[in-house]
Design a protein around this ligand. Sequence first.
Ligand SMILES: Cc1cc2nc3c(=O)[nH]c(=O)nc-3n(C[C@H](O)[C@H](O)[C@H](O)COP(=O)(O)OP(=O)(O)OC[C@H]3O[C@@H](n4cnc5c(N)ncnc54)[C@H](O)[C@@H]3O)c2cc1C
Length: 476
Amino acid sequence: MDRNELLEELVGILGAEKVISEYEELLVYDCDALTINKALPDVVVLPESTKDVQAVVRIASRFKLPFVARGAGTGLSGGALPVQGGILISLVRMNRILEVDAANRRAVVQPGVINQQLNDALRPLGFHFAPDPSSQQSCTIGGNVAENAGGPHTLKYGVTTNHVLGLEVVLPDGQVTFLGGRVEEMPGYDLVGLMVGSEGTLGIVTQVVVRLTRLPEAVRTMLAVYDSVGAATQTVSDIIAKGIIPAAVEMMDRITLGAVEDYIHAGYPKDAEAVLLIELDGPEEEVERRGATVIDICRQGGARQVRVAETEEERTLLWQGRKRAFGAFGRVSPSYYSLDGVIPRSRLPDVLSRVYEIGQRHGLTIANVFHAGDGNLHPIILFDERDRDQIERALRASREILQCCVESGGTISGEHGIGLEKMDMMRLVYSQEDLEAMKKIKQVFDPEGLCNPGKIFPGDTEVKMPLSRIVDGLRP
Ligand SMILES: Cc1cc2nc3c(=O)[nH]c(=O)nc-3n(C[C@H](O)[C@H](O)[C@H](O)COP(=O)(O)OP(=O)(O)OC[C@H]3O[C@@H](n4cnc5c(N)ncnc54)[C@H](O)[C@@H]3O)c2cc1C
């Protein structure tokens, strides 16, 4: 089939208002938040129902065209890139909260619902959807499911997979199936567990049954200020070793503090080497008692100041600084590359020194802002993507840092996924046999290899854009 035929079929089934085919408009979809890699789809569709998604997948399956799901495009591993062209299925119009069942602590949502939108709707009822990626103002629940997203409060509450009960999925052959259920435990294989975190490679999620968590009775948020990164990171282990699991322990270094403070004016000390943003939640009395212990631990660990947020406004501002940190880097550097490695938290002090050393060796500034309590590092490499040499140095530094995470007993992704970005690095953590076992799962769901191809597995980088010749023809 040629592209015109494809467009005709799609418009015939969906209507012209749900099909994007002009070159200038397709450019909007040529990357996600990992801007180093770019790829154009042949066409973008904007389904509004499961039936729409099913119809599109059936066309893709019939014509053997690749198809890729996309939420808000905030992914940081190139997961939503149509590297082999084909149909990009944007789920943003499937953005309705279908049901909130407070008595049974669950809600049913469409995949394009924004994480923050769901939490805003749940707050008056005394509940929240616990996974809170820093991108929660824009990322979708479908994207959270596909990436098994985490966030600052992952330390206490767990990641997305711990908060999903059931999923409606359009499988790569167009069949609609429901995995899991609406209650806590379901018999049979845990296919929800398999689908969550599969990065859109096993099917398109069209409905999500999420578990609701009660909002805590009390919350205490504090900022501990340090004159050394090592002292701050050591404190993280000291707190956990005392048997205290805070809701969140985030760390920001000096470079981050400077960028964020100039942007958000959160009241962060620009002269500090590092701060810990620590939050405790739970029953009032427990939060009070543990809060006092944590302040003691911070002081004993060398904090020169521990500031407790006195009002909700102060707390919100402290969190705004952290959650909008990536945006702040956009103001101080033409491009940034956010890495995502995991290490045992006791290794934080020495691995962070290695990160700074790697940055220096490659002549790059590397900032650090991350989920310290989970040992989930996010070194942020500042560079200029218009300069090929800087891109190459950034990529070399990123590889060395992730290798260092693995050598320290950790791994290559805590929450951003493998996507396109880290396919080759899968070999650092898995044997060929392990990878073959995973590939067999992919083949069961997607024997034709059409569903988000060219992701996760090393060596699958072949770029063949079936209709791109015609898209090229559209280029001005
Ligand atoms: C500033 C910033 C901060 C961030 N902070 C965090 C953080 O704290 N924690 C964290 O975990 N991540 C974080 N991220 C990464 C990103 O926001 C998350 O991975 C998020 O879950 C992606 O959601 P999205 O809707 O943007 O998905 P997209 O980027 O559009 O897609 C991501 C992947 O999901 C697949 N997908 C999307 N929708 C569906 C669907 N309905 N069915 C099947 N597959 C689908 C896509 O094919 C792709 O592989 C951050 C990103 C940015 C830019």
